[in-house]
Design a protein around this ligand. Structure first.
Ligand SMILES: Cc1cc2nc3c(=O)[nH]c(=O)nc-3n(C[C@H](O)[C@H](O)[C@H](O)COP(=O)(O)OP(=O)(O)OC[C@H]3O[C@@H](n4cnc5c(N)ncnc54)[C@H](O)[C@@H]3O)c2cc1C
Length: 449
């Protein structure tokens, strides 16, 4: 172990950057995180994020033990199954999911805002808000100085880009590493979970994750998020003593405005949307989804119509173009800053967390004298590039605008083929089990790093 204060600058306090900061601080590093959002409650960071085994294992490694318990206590009820549906709300296939109860082997559902509040807990002296990174420069002594839009700067031994898909660090450091449009537009909204909205979904869809595959590549994901606290933020009856105690002590609940909700996301290839879709407001977007789904089940259309317009927003889905490994220096990247992926597999945040855990382990090995700095970063980048870009490619294959399901005629054949394979799997238990195992493996269920 060396006594040198090794200073790490992290740009971006998203999922990956904030988790890395916890891990490095626990390992004894001098860490500063610079985040452009002005406050810890700012920013619309989307709604639900699914945390699988990769993400849970990383969080267990990185967070202080009590905060990891708080993360578990603040998750919504875990989804029981992954349900493929037709646009008429008929079940094509239901794959069981392994819910995470105590350990890291299963699935968790968390609200992005809640996860963000968990990751900000206890980090007041580490995360600086209202700091927009503009550029960096290398100093003659090899250290790196980061510059911010307010004219301030900071210097560290290592600069980590955790500033998401539009990373300014990446633009300067690896200008050839591009992010491209995946040819998909998604519109998402949420609505409160009430007696009326609860009744619009069949129980097995409400208890799981619903994926509706409709004609012309129109796809909709449905999540029902039920938390251990009520609309006033009071811990609900029946929440176990340990979780209730953790929630009562957790300062993050003061900043978290998440209450039970249903979240839907509708997407299709970009050519199916009007050219001005990104400029439409929430009400116009909901009307657009209704206009694009005239023959969908009335219950689904009612869920669309009940979407709260103030929560409804469009996104153009982007994806990184994989690049070969670059020469290692004391600047590195993690998460969406280097491997943005379409939400096809729902593993972007999990992969960012996996990066943060691996980088923390390697830098700790350096700090303890087991690995040179260059080797620690080189090994991190070699592995991160491999699994990160693998996930980019696999996600694009699942949710890319160039996939057959979005094509004019062949799309119908592709949809019929998919439904036939679901039909077969739903009737042959061994095939269904293989599909469920593949889903689990894709989310890190078979790894132990
Ligand atoms: C619709 C949708 C659904 C998804 N669902 C899932 C899911 O279920 N499971 C899953 O694993 N993944 C999911 N993802 C992917 C996941 O959201 C991302 O992969 C993940 O948030 C990436 O984390 P990150 O820390 O790399 O970047 P981000 O979370 O994007 O964080 C980047 C941070 O950097 C800050 N920043 C940006 N620029 C600057 C700057 N110049 N200066 C300072 N700060 C800056 C931003 O404000 C932000 O806080 C989904 C994505 C989408 C679009």
């Amino acid at each position: 172990m060396t006594d040198n204060p090794f200073r790490v600058l992290i740009i971006g306090a998203g999922t990956g950057g904030a988790a890395l900061a916890h891990g490095l601080r626990r390992a004894g590093f001098d860490v500063a995180v610079y985040e452009r959002d002005r406050t810890r409650e700012a920013g619309l960071h989307g709604y639900r994020v699914g945390i699988g085994p990769d993400g849970s294992r990383a969080l267990r490694q990185l967070l202080p033990p009590e905060l990891y318990e708080t993360f578990k206590a603040t998750c919504a009820r875990p989804p029981r199954s992954f349900v493929m549906l037709t646009e008429r709300l008929r079940t094509s296939l239901e794959l069981p999911l392994r819910p995470a109860v105590e350990d890291e082997s299963g699935e968790r559902s968390v609200s992005r805002m809640t996860l963000r509040q968990v990751l900000f807990t206890g980090m007041d002296d580490v995360i600086r808000f209202g700091k927009t990174f503009t550029h960096y420069e290398r100093r003659p002594d090899g250290r790196v100085t980061a510059h911010f839009a307010d004219g301030t700067q900071d210097t560290g031994d290592l600069l980590v880009a955790a500033d998401g898909a539009g990373s300014r660090v990446r633009a300067q450091y690896l200008p050839h590493a591009r992010v491209e449009d995946a040819g998909i537009v998604s519109i998402a909204a949420k609505l409160p979970l009430t007696e009326e909205t609860r009744a619009l979904l069949p129980p097995h869809v409400r208890d799981g994750i619903g994926l509706v595959l409709g004609p012309r590549g129109g796809t909709c994901i449905l999540h029902t998020m039920e938390f251990p606290w009520d609309r006033e933020g009071r811990v609900k009856d029946g929440v176990g003593g340990n979780d209730a105690g953790l929630l009562a002590r957790w300062p993050g609940l003061l900043f978290d405005n998440t209450r039970d909700y249903i979240n839907w996301g509708f997407w299709a290839s970009t050519d199916k949307f009007p050219a001005d879709v990104m400029r439409r407001d929430g009400k116009e977007l909901i009307d657009l989804v209704l206009a694009m789904t005239p023959r969908w089940h009335p219950g689904l259309r009612r869920l669309f119509a009940l979407g709260d317009p103030t929560t409804c927003f469009p996104i153009t889905i982007r994806t990184s173009v994989p690049v070969p490994q670059w020469p290692t220096t004391n600047i590195t990247l993690l998460g969406d800053a280097i491997h943005t992926m379409t939400p096809g597999q729902g593993v972007g945040a999990n992969t960012a967390l996996r990066d943060a855990a691996l980088l923390t382990r390697n830098l700790t090995a350096h700090r303890e004298g087991r690995l040179g700095l260059h080797d620690a970063i080189r090994d991190y980048e070699t592995r991160m590039i491999r699994y990160g870009f693998d996930a980019v490619r696999a996600s694009k294959k699942q949710t890319g605008g160039d996939q057959p399901i979005h094509k004019p005629y062949i799309g119908r054949v592709a949809l019929a083929g998919m439904r036939a394979s679901f039909f077969l799997a739903s009737r042959v238990p061994s095939v269904r089990q293989r599909m469920a195992d593949a889903l689990h493996a894709q989310r890190g269920g078979d790894r132990d790093d």
